[in-house]
Write a protein that binds this ligand. Structure first.
Ligand code: NAP
Length: 427
């Protein structure tokens, strides 16, 4: 076994506690170095975390841990793209220490500048846990698939959203009620915004895209849409039409540009992503000459995420540092571009709530014809006593811009009672 690796662990929340447990039980793991935690840092020294940390030096200030002479590896598990997480990671790298982090926001927004420091100092900057928790997708794409020309990466990268969407279908309950249930079960934070807004999945796809396409990550170019306006009607009507709604995160390379987005998307019920239920994550990698690969598993949680952090730590003594994004930062192309509406041709799901009176369908039909959108399927639910009939349409293929223009027209129809919904259908 090679020399002992001395760890400074900043952040003792879900992931930090999981990591401490794994280090304390390291005899059962396949490691080439002995691991020793020399210091820990968190906000509250007195909080009962269910683990014994009395043998570790307590640091009120994570910066002192990042810079400590007896720390070889700074493990950042605090979170957030700015502030202490960024400052301490920068400082640790500048001080010539390896850094392991689970922080997707930090890597997606500042990964390139941090990778430059790591390269300059010849140290590792590893972040397997930042994407899909316990699913080893970062290393698979960066190392194992470096001989594959990747065309597209897509997947379910946020377990909270996937739980909410599948539970809305299974229980028939509305969005707000299912979010509260997700919070009670520990699948959603007290403030679920980062998850349901799509931001968390967007951070992850930006990281994967950078690695898969040799691109400098540019989070400002990622188009982010979440699930916060998905209604129980969308779930029910799309299901009646033979689809499941999933929050997909996708990165595609074409014409020398990389375009990343997150968006609710409809999948036919036999599509691999439609079959992913609950808080599970799944990543589809499409490329030549492997075709399509699917990786699936637990995308979050104490144990799975800590195991990914541990996998990175286990690698540190196995050879010289390699570029964090697979190629040196000088070789990363500045090719992230904003997704364009015209380029995205697909079939679309449209749901509108329209007043149940004569002439309504004629208004809808005029709106569709005016935008030159033709209908593949249309279903209408009974208005019952509400006087409002939910109508769902599957269109034939048209561009996003065209689909958006028809939605604008439907919103202004005299019969329209609220904002219509537009969701892309995966081919
Ligand atoms: N949870 C998951 O399943 C998961 C999955 C993948 C990636 N991640 C990433 O892993 C990282 C940690 O996530 P988590 O779920 O473990 O978060 P968490 O449970 O909220 O824990 C955050 C930890 O950071 C500490 N902290 C916050 N501000 C601090 C400060 N100013 N100084 C020192 N310590 C501070 C907190 O201290 P106190 O405990 O004293 O408040 C807490 O121990 C994040 O980047 C997250 O995105 C998490």
């Amino acid at each position: 076994m090679s020399k002992t690796l001395r760890l400074g662990v900043a952040g003792l929340g879900n992931v930090g506690v999981g990591l401490v447990k794994l280090v304390q039980g390291q005899e059962t793991l396949r490691l080439t170095s002995k691991l020793e935690i020399v210091g820990v840092s968190a906000r509250s020294r007195t909080r009962d975390r269910g683990i014994d940390i009395s043998g570790y030096r307590w640091c009120d200030d994570a910066m002192s841990l990042a810079l400590a002479d007896d720390v070889d590896v700074y493990v950042e598990l605090i979170g957030g793209s700015e502030g202490l997480a960024k400052q301490t990671v920068e400082a640790a790298l500048e001080a010539g220490k390896h850094v392991v982090t689970a922080n997707k926001a930090l890597i997606a927004e500042h990964g390139c500048e941090l990778a430059k420091i790591a390269e300059k100092k010849g140290v590792h900057l590893l972040f397997e846990a930042a994407v899909a928790g316990g699913v080893p997708v970062v290393r698979a794409v960066r190392d194992s698939l470096s001989g594959v020309r990747i065309d597209r990466i897509s997947g379910i990268l946020n377990g909270t959203c996937n739980y909410i969407l599948t539970e809305m279908l299974d229980s028939g309950s509305p969005y707000e009620q299912v979010v509260k249930q997700a919070q009670r079960l520990g699948y959603a934070e007290a403030d679920p915004w980062l998850d349901v807004s799509g931001m968390d999945a967007a951070h992850k796809i930006a990281i994967l895209a950078a690695i898969a396409f040799g691109a400098a990550p540019d989070f400002s170019k990622v188009r982010v849409k979440g699930i916060n306006d998905i209604t129980d009607q969308d779930i029910l009507l799309s299901s009646k039409l033979g689809y499941r709604i999933r929050l997909v995160a996708e990165a595609v390379q074409s014409g020398g540009k990389v375009r990343c987005f997150t968006a609710p998307t409809l999948f036919a019920t036999d599509h691999p992503l439609a079959l992913v239920t609950g808080p599970t994550n799944a990543v589809l990698i499409e490329g030549d000459p492997v075709g399509r690969l699917t990786l699936t598993g637990p995308g979050a949680g104490e144990g799975p995420t800590a195991s990914a952090v541990m996998g990175d730590i286990a690698r540190l003594n196995q050879g010289p540092a390699t570029p964090p994004f697979g190629v040196n930062t000088s070789g990363l192309d500045d090719i992230f571009a904003e997704p364009t509406g015209e380029g995205m041709v697909s079939r679309w799901f449209i749901r509108a709530n329209l007043a149940d009176r004569s002439g309504t369908l004629a208004q809808l039909s005029d709106a569709l014809a005016g935008a030159r959108v033709s209908v593949d399927k249309l279903i209408q639910d009974s208005a019952g006593e509400t006087g409002v009939a939910p109508i769902a349409i599957v269109t034939h293929a048209c561009s996003r811009n065209t689909a958006e223009s028809v939605i604008e027209k439907i919103a202004t129809l005299p019969a329209s009672v609220d904002a219509p919904q537009l969701i892309r259908i995966e081919a």
